[in-house]
Design a protein around this ligand. Structure first.
Ligand SMILES: [Zn+2]
Ligand SMILES: [Zn+2]
Length: 350
């Protein structure tokens, strides 16, 4: 099969033929129809994830069609249209028993713990626990975005922050997950301040309903406090950088909730969280890590009802041959880029 591969961290990204996977007894192999290019793929390539073993195929934000089914799988058949959260839970540990699949103690992650979905086929573990049927009216490019960025943003805003109508929500970093959070928070009735260093990302944030947009080069906490009349009720670090994390915590009003959504690999520096503010203002510092498959029906229902529209976040559809450049410049263009063609690019004759 064709796949995007790297053989050294931060080394060349190449598209080449590699062996296709077989399903494990409880797993499936999915023929990938769409795979998003996400900042966490970039972290895997840069060597920030200790799970990644070389050579490696990244990709964890996917949708496609079941192509092969393990002997123990009960709920899925060849031909089913599916997506999957990037955390594939084991279904058997204490966290899974409590329904908290997103923090499963024995999780696997395509594109991190094994080869991922920037390839024609991908193997997924524990299919009965993790696969999500894609409704007929949802295209697979949009469904792919649910696997990481959109579902992560949904859980962060709705389940972890528990945003209420009328609250101010500050979103620090308007890449795919940040823009998703803007749309979801607006839909939940919140008033949104969006922060980014790129004008194009801020323009898209405004189109998605942000009431204010702020240049990340400014004194962001002071500006958020000013715009919101005392600080945000909820603030999200949707980028994952020491500066956006600290800005997010400093943007909050008393008793505000910070949610860490973007990955913060220690290799990029530890965030300097002002714990004196956390105690004095009774702030909450919360983490949000993907979303369990069993929580998808609520999200899919809101999409189907037209209350949420993740299609608006998918700004580019690419061929696999475009993936190396897109991964190298991740975050450089607004919106979510999704690979939707895995065939070789047809080169002009002569
Ligand atoms: Zn588990
Ligand atoms: Zn991701």
């Amino acid at each position: 099969m064709r796949a995007l591969l790297f053989e050294s961290f931060a080394g060349p990204l190449t598209v080449r033929e590699v062996p296709a996977p077989d399903p494990s007894p409880h797993g499936v192999v999915v023929e990938v129809a769409a795979s998003g290019i996400c900042r966490s793929d970039w972290h895997a390539w840069q060597g920030h994830d200790p799970d990644v073993v070389l050579p490696h195929v990244p990709g964890h934000e996917l949708a496609g069609t079941v192509a092969a089914v393990g002997a123990e799988v009960r709920r899925w058949r060849v031909g089913d249209r599916v997506t999957v959260p990037f955390v594939n839970a084991c279904g058997r540990c204490a966290q899974c028993a409590a329904g908290e699949h997103q923090v499963c103690a024995r999780q696997t992650q395509p594109g991190f713990t094994h080869w991922g979905s920037l390839a024609a086929f991908v193997a997924l573990d524990a299919a009965d626990v993790n696969l999500v049927a894609v409704p007929a009216d949802l295209d697979l490019a949009t469904a792919a975005a649910l696997g990481c960025r959109y579902a992560t943003a949904f859980r962060a805003v709705v389940h972890v922050a528990r945003v209420r109508p009328g609250e101010w929500v500050a979103v620090h970093g308007c890449g795919g997950v940040g823009l998703s959070a803007v749309q979801i928070a607006v839909s939940a009735g919140a008033r949104v301040v969006a922060v980014d260093v790129a004008a194009g990302a801020l323009e898209l944030a405004r189109e998605l309903g942000a009431e204010h947009v702020l240049d990340g080069g400014a004194d962001v906490p002071a500006a958020v406090v000013e715009l919101t009349g005392g600080g945000a009720h909820v603030s999200l670090d949707a980028l994952g950088a020491p500066v956006t994390c600290a800005n997010s915590v400093r943007s909050l009003r008393p008793r505000g909730r910070h949610v860490q959504v973007g990955l913060l690999p220690p290799g990029q520096g530890r965030a300097d969280v002002p714990m004196e503010r956390v105690i004095a203002l009774e702030l909450q510092v919360l983490g949000s890590h993907g979303m369990a498959a069993h929580a998808y029906p609520e999200l899919l229902g809101l999409i189907s009802a037209g209350r949420l529209d993740p299609r608006r976040l998918v700004t580019r559809e690419l061929g696999l041959d475009d993936a190396p450049a897109a991964l190298a410049e991740v975050g450089g263009r607004p919106g979510i880029a999704v690979v939707t063609s895995f065939r070789p690019r047809i080169s002009p004759t002569g």
